[in-house]
Ligand binder design. Structure first.
Ligand SMILES: Cc1cc2nc3c(=O)[nH]c(=O)nc-3n(C[C@H](O)[C@H](O)[C@H](O)COP(=O)(O)OP(=O)(O)OC[C@H]3O[C@@H](n4cnc5c(N)ncnc54)[C@H](O)[C@@H]3O)c2cc1C
Length: 579
């Protein structure tokens, strides 16, 4: 996981204190772009990141970033494609902001030094699945995220942004009015660090690592969502997880993604018997929507007792060379002894992207004053129940820029967001086990003064169990009775994690990153599980075998928040925000 190689010790010394105008957690596209925007306006900014500066999902992005640049294209067409992909659940006002302001923010990214591929001097625009226009900017073929991360991290190192690498953000600090005043973190050597700031921005990415099989970077463990939950923020649409149909099926964490663009160039899926099966599943065959392809692969594997299917990229359309068109994918396959131009590639579906997250308005403001969120951690509702390919880098960029704009004039008092009131009353759905509702007063098992973990309750074991349960029962196909059983199993694991975390109320110790990360994985998994259990329909990334169709009464967003130790839920209206 993200904290590998780190001592899992709580600190005993008083926390080192840092004061800044703004503290930002995370150094992917969202965190770095927000930090650069704030610093450019003269603010004093600290970025806290739990591993090295460039670790995260951003550098893994292959396909590109979508924006209406082409003469034939327009924000309106981009809006329509996004709404169509979102399966009836997109928050239209947030989508409008993203598609209309997207091109301007992408131009700024280029001005900051990101180089996108060009053809005859013009920016080259690819067309991806479910986009009706050519609108996807890419870099070095399939290395778009690497190029964006390179450009932003280079800039961040060159101007006054302090970056604290290998520093794990643990818990948000709240004052007596419930306003966020900074955070508590733990450094690589186990020493605690306190950050005080006028506003705090969560940009910690998604939650892929709560599943046993994922494309997501090891550091992507849902920490920001868990921290926001413990601070009382609204968490939205957690049941909507996108499963990518084609990751390289070799034992690895994370799993390497074989982009949809390979099928776009004519590669086809074959089952264990060497037959094309997508032609009998969907009129668009191998280019059907991601969730349809992922489910068809899962069914085909079940039917034939196989662990994976095959991708045949040996003959691409128009004689395109896989080696030249997809250099990164080609060379990664070669590392595993697979030559895409001669061999079939084993592929299987994996957890890929989280449509839900910390509920925000279109300025990144959460329901907790002083706390903003942007990037994959946040949820303003732009992706609805299913993300349109290449919209996530764009969303991260646009709303990180707007979060910076909203944070700059913030005076440190209360605030009014543009979020609409929930529909109906909040009602209880379950209890967050013991200390997982708040880390305050929790020392890490095994840390100095912390005592030893109880047998069977060590965090590495709990982590693996949670990840296996989530993959098995809250993965591509969900079933009511299995989910109900799994929720009970999760409860037991959560209680074990708490038993293993001895009480330590002398204020000197903090949990170590290993235990804290596992607690975050557990908490976020619990939120996904409860949301999936509540939503008795199928829509976008959420598919239930016992409720296989979308239902009109479910066109609303699931909200969860913590009330004491109780998780309560309500629904937000479809629009989520006022314009
Ligand atoms: C394989 C792959 C391919 C993809 N391809 C595309 C694509 O082509 N187009 C597209 O639009 N999207 C794509 N995506 C999705 C996109 O990459 C992500 O949604 C986006 O990069 C998220 O950016 P972010 O800044 O929110 O998070 P990330 O880039 O994931 O960064 C999160 C940061 O938070 C830090 N962090 C986390 N927890 C803590 C903590 N407790 N304390 C301190 N720091 C913490 C991490 O270390 C990291 O720096 C892809 C994703 C994957 C996995």
């Amino acid at each position: 996981m993200g904290t590998n190689g780190r001592k899992d010790e709580g600190g005993t010394a008083p926390p080192e204190e840092t004061a800044a105008d703004f503290v930002i957690v995370g150094s992917g596209i969202a965190g770095l772009y927000c930090a650069l925007a704030l610093a450019a306006a003269g603010a004093d900014v600290v970025v806290v990141t739990k591993s090295r500066l460039t670790q995260g999902n951003t550098r893994f992005a292959q396909g590109g970033i979508a924006a209406a640049f082409d003469e034939q294209d327009s924000p309106e067409l981009h809006f329509q494609d996004t709404i169509q992909a979102g399966a009836g659940l997109c928050a239209a006002p947030a989508v409008r902001v993203m598609v209309e302001q997207g091109p301007g923010f992408v131009r700024d990214l280029i001005a900051l030094g990101a180089h996108f591929d060009r053809e005859n001097g013009e920016i080259a625009l690819a067309r991806e699945g479910a986009h009706t226009q050519h609108r996807v900017l890419h870099a070095r073929g399939d290395a778009t995220g690497e190029e964006i991360e390179r450009a932003l991290s280079r800039r961040a190192s060159g101007i006054p942004v302090r970056v604290d690498e290998n520093t794990f953000a643990l818990e948000l600090a709240l004052d007596a009015t419930g306003r966020c005043t900074g955070l508590l973190a733990v450094a690589a050597d186990g020493s605690p660090r306190r950050y005080r700031a006028r506003a705090t921005v969560l940009a910690t990415g998604g939650l892929g690592q709560i599943f046993a099989s994922t494309t997501n970077a090891e550091v992507v463990t849902g920490d920001g969502m868990a921290m926001a939950m413990r601070a009382g923020a609204h968490i939205m649409d957690m049941e909507f997880v996108q499963f990518h149909p084609t990751a390289l099926a070799v034992e690895a964490n994370p799993r390497f993604l074989i982009s949809e663009a390979v099928r776009g160039e004519g590669a086809v899926l074959l089952n264990e018997a060497g037959e094309r099966f997508m032609t009998r599943v969907h009129p668009m065959a191998d280019l059907a929507p991601r969730d349809v392809v992922a489910r068809a692969i899962a069914r085909e594997c079940d039917r034939l007792g196989a662990q994976h299917v095959w991708l045949d990229a040996r003959r691409l359309e128009g004689g395109v060379s896989a080696r030249e068109r997809f250099p990164t994918i080609y060379s990664r396959c070669i590392e595993h002894g697979i030559d895409m131009e001669r061999d079939l590639v084993p592929v299987a579906p994996v957890a890929h992207y989280c449509m839900g997250g910390v509920r925000t308005d279109t300025w990144g403001r959460t329901t907790v004053p002083g706390l903003l969120a942007c990037g994959e951690t946040a949820c303003a509702g732009v992706h609805g129940a299913n993300r349109l390919a290449s919209n996530s880098l764009l969303e991260s960029l646009v709303f990180a820029g707007r979060a910076a704009e909203a944070a700059l004039p913030y005076d440190g008092g209360g605030w009014k967001t543009g979020l609409l009131e929930p529909e109906g009353a909040w009602s209880a759905v379950g209890d967050m086990p013991g200390c997982l509702g708040s880390f305050r007063g929790t020392a890490v098992p095994g840390a100095p003064g912390g005592g030893a973990p109880s047998a069977g309750c060590g965090w590495p074991e709990a982590l693996n169990r949670v990840r296996r349960i989530m993959w098995r029962d809250f993965g591509i196909v969900r079933r009511g009775p299995a989910m109900s059983q799994a929720l009970q199993e999760l409860n037991g694991i959560g209680r074990g994690l708490c038993d293993a975390a001895p009480d330590c109320r002398d204020g000197r110790e903090v949990p170590g990153p290993g235990w804290a990360e596992t607690a975050n994985v557990f908490s976020v998994a619990f939120l996904v599980a409860m949301s999936a259990w509540q939503r008795t329909e199928s829509r976008g990334g959420h598919y239930r075998e016992d409720y296989p169709d979308p239902l009109p009464e479910w066109r609303k967003h699931t909200l969860l928040r913590l009330d004491g130790r109780t998780v309560v839920h309500a629904y937000a209206p479809l629009e989520n925000v006022e314009v």
